[in-house]
Design a protein around this ligand. Structure first.
Ligand code: IVH
Length: 676
């Protein structure tokens, strides 16, 4: 690239960052997230380091913060308020320490102690005390000159107005952070974008009474000008601040060695979400004041301190499209396709919108500028829409009434248990006849916890479906291998391997098979319970004939929701056909009862009331360990009703009517040759 071209790009970036500054500092309306801002700043500084010919007075490397706004009286800081350079990795920290050691000509084994202080994301302020009295409070402004916000700062309870400690310096600028706690921000959510803005906005109210209404906090961490300060290092200074009546961060620590700094960083990052204030990193300061003085400053940041930033898990992007995905249970899930963006080191281009109601509630539209959050391993989601950036052409999103895959009607089912319509809209087709549902069902059928067919991945399911090689689960066991061998990308060996893995899985447990069917609400755990109850595939399949769905209530862990779902499954004729076909093709193992010949073999139990020395869970596992079964209601099938304190009268009455043995805890334990 030509010199002039590089310069042009550089100046454009500076123009942009100054625009961001203006909106942030003067208007309290940030245009971009901190992450985007930091990245831009980093890019500019990197350009300057790489091309030494680049120079601008307006570069963020020369200007601290931004000029103060016109509305408050301005005043100079006796000692400038500096900013901090940032570190993002262990390497950056090692570099930071290396530079210090080089500067003071010490070897690597020279131990430096650092004061590690969580970096609260608020607004810094400088409080001047003369003879123990608070005489002036300034905002940071451009670092040299700040706004006189004494009256507003005076309304903050954490800021002492008079300090009479003997050892309090004659004159000192106490510096720290003004912020708002997250729980207090809850009430201000509608007015400000984030806690930091709320703090800055409140501090700069024209009328101090308005500031007073907002619960601002203050934490002290450094000082500017001083006359008569008698401490020799940062950790002692922090202790003194506390003695003088200032709040200090409870998570401050004295640490040496980069490895220990990293351990502390990781520990605090874990706690971050549970803190009642936002922190965006950890500040490390060389503890010894004499050493700080020796090291001095570079440009506008001290050589003796650095901010180790956390990676952000939020970012701003734009919705390019809203796609409707169809799951194996027919659920229509809207997904926002967003302009790819890096969130905490991961490239994100999809964000779930959960369901139709969520889109309506947040009024999310194609073209909108949105904040996306990615937390842990969960699918990223949209936190909020920036309505100020909404264009006229961004029209309301209309959720499809017909399934985008097969054209069937979609409905929001009525849930008889919650007595409400589901939030999720579903395709009403009978599963395998809707392409998307069928493909998802088949992916589930071959997945790890189901048939676990080696080499039969999601891509293969999709391509075989397109080629009309598979539509129903049974098709997997009747594949036309000759046709597959002729397909592009398939050799003789790979076809043989596929054939082998499929045949190998023809021998399957009842529990895996039930799970593989993908019945709604029947996950691994429930499939296990059902298979234990039915023992054989024939018993399971016959449910469609016997219609004894209510008896499933006897299975501990199976409730109405699951039973309704099983009932639904059997009411669809194609599902019965699939079961019949699978029965012909597979060798389905009977479910085995672990200890078949225990003391309680063929005996069933039900507990009512509170037992004395053992819990219900323990009774249940004792019964199962000894080959007995537990039921959840009184019926002819029940052999023993175990009663404790305050039993259900109705259960006792029905047990008596059915001539079922009623026993107490001791009698039960005696059956097991145990005493309580
Ligand atoms: S010391 C030269 N200590 O971070 C020392 N700053 O980018 C500069 N901050 O403007 C300040 N917690 O708003 C220091 N424990 C802490 C801090 C802290 C938060 C903020 C402060 C400052 C910015 C530096």
């Amino acid at each position: 690239m030509k010199k002039s071209e590089i310069n042009k790009q550089y100046l454009n970036k500076i123009k942009l960052i100054n625009k961001f500054n203006k909106f942030y500092f003067d208007k309290n309306k940030p245009l971009v997230s901190d992450q985007v801002y930091d990245d831009l700043k980093k890019e500019i500084i990197e350009l300057e380091n790489r091309y030494t010919f680049l120079k601008s007075k307006k570069s963020p490397s020369r200007v601290v913060g931004h000029r103060p706004s016109k509305s408050f009286k301005k005043s100079s800081h006796k000692v400038p308020m500096l900013s901090l350079s940032n570190a993002f990795s262990e390497e950056d920290l090692l570099n930071f320490e290396k530079k210090i050691l080089n500067f003071i000509s010490k070897k690597e084994d020279f131990k430096i102690s650092y004061s590690a202080e969580p970096k609260i994301d608020g607004i810094s302020a400088s409080l001047t005390y003369k003879n123990g009295n608070l005489v002036r409070g300034l905002s940071r402004g451009d670092g040299k000159e700040g706004e006189d916000i004494t009256d507003n700062l005076s309304t903050i309870k954490d800021i002492p107005k008079k300090i009479s400690s003997e050892d309090f310096p004659e004159e000192i600028d106490i510096r720290g952070e003004v912020f708002i706690q997250n729980t207090d921000f809850e009430y201000l959510k509608d007015k400000f974008a984030n806690p930091r803005n709320a703090a800055s906005g409140s501090l700069r109210q024209k009328n101090p009474e308005d500031t007073q209404k907002i619960p601002l906090k203050f934490i002290a961490y450094t000082f500017g000008f001083d006359s008569g300060l008698k401490v020799k290092n940062q950790s002692d200074y922090l202790k003194k601040l506390n003695e003088w009546g200032f709040k200090i961060n409870p998570l401050n620590k004295l640490i040496s060695g980069v490895k220990n700094l990293i351990d502390n960083y990781n520990e605090i990052e874990k706690k971050r979400a549970d803190l009642n204030f936002d922190i965006d990193g950890i500040v490390y300061k060389v503890n010894d004041f004499a050493l700080q003085k020796r090291l001095g400053n570079v440009a506008n940041a001290p050589r003796w301190a650095i901010a180790h930033k956390f990676s952000s898990n939020k970012a701003v992007s734009q919705i390019e499209d809203i796609e409707i995905q169809i799951g194996r249970t027919g659920a229509l899930t809207p997904v926002a396709k967003i302009k790819p963006i890096n969130i905490g080191g991961v490239q994100v281009s999809n964000a779930t919108l959960h369901n139709e109601d969520e889109i309506i509630r947040k009024d999310i539209r194609i073209g909108d500028t949105v904040t996306v959050e990615r937390a842990g391993d969960v699918i990223p989601h949209i936190l909020s829409v920036d309505l100020k950036k909404r264009k006229k052409k961004n029209i309301k999103f209309i959720f499809p009434e017909k399934c985008p895959s097969c054209g069937s009607k979609t409905i929001k089912e009525y849930n008889s248990i919650t007595k409400k319509n589901d939030a999720v809209r579903r395709c009403t087709s009978e599963g395998y006849f809707c392409e998307k549902i069928s493909v998802e069902k088949l992916k589930h059928f071959v997945s790890k916890d189901a048939f676990n067919i080696d080499g039969f991945g999601k891509k293969i399911v999709e391509s075989f479906w397109k080629l009309k090689l598979i539509q129903f689960p049974q098709d997997i066991f009747k594949l036309d291998y000759n046709r597959i061998a002729n397909l592009e990308g398939w050799g003789k060996l790979s076809v043989e391997n596929l054939k082998y893995s499929i045949n190998e899985k023809k021998n399957i447990s009842l529990e895996r098979l039930i799970y593989a069917l993908g019945i709604r609400h029947i996950g691994l755990e429930n499939a296990k319970l059902l298979s234990k109850y039915f023992i054989s595939f024939t018993n399971f399949k016959n449910l469609s004939k016997t219609n004894k769905y209510d008896e499933l209530l006897n299975i501990d862990g199976i409730g109405e929701t699951q039973i309704n779902s099983v009932k639904n499954f059997f009411s669809v004729s194609i599902n019965l056909k699939v079961l019949n076909e699978l029965e012909k093709l597979l060798d389905i193992k009977k479910s085995k009862n672990n200890q078949k010949n225990g003391i309680l073999k063929d005996k069933s139990f039900l507990v009512t009331g509170k037992l004395g020395s053992i819990s219900r869970a323990e009774v249940k596992s004792l019964i199962e360990e000894n080959s007995g079964t537990t039921l959840s209601s009184v019926s002819k099938k029940l052999n023993y009703l175990i009663t404790g304190e305050k039993p259900t009268k109705k259960k006792i009455e029905s047990a008596k009517a059915l001539k079922i043995k009623i026993i107490d805890q001791d009698e039960f334990l005696k059956m097991l040759n145990k005493t309580s």
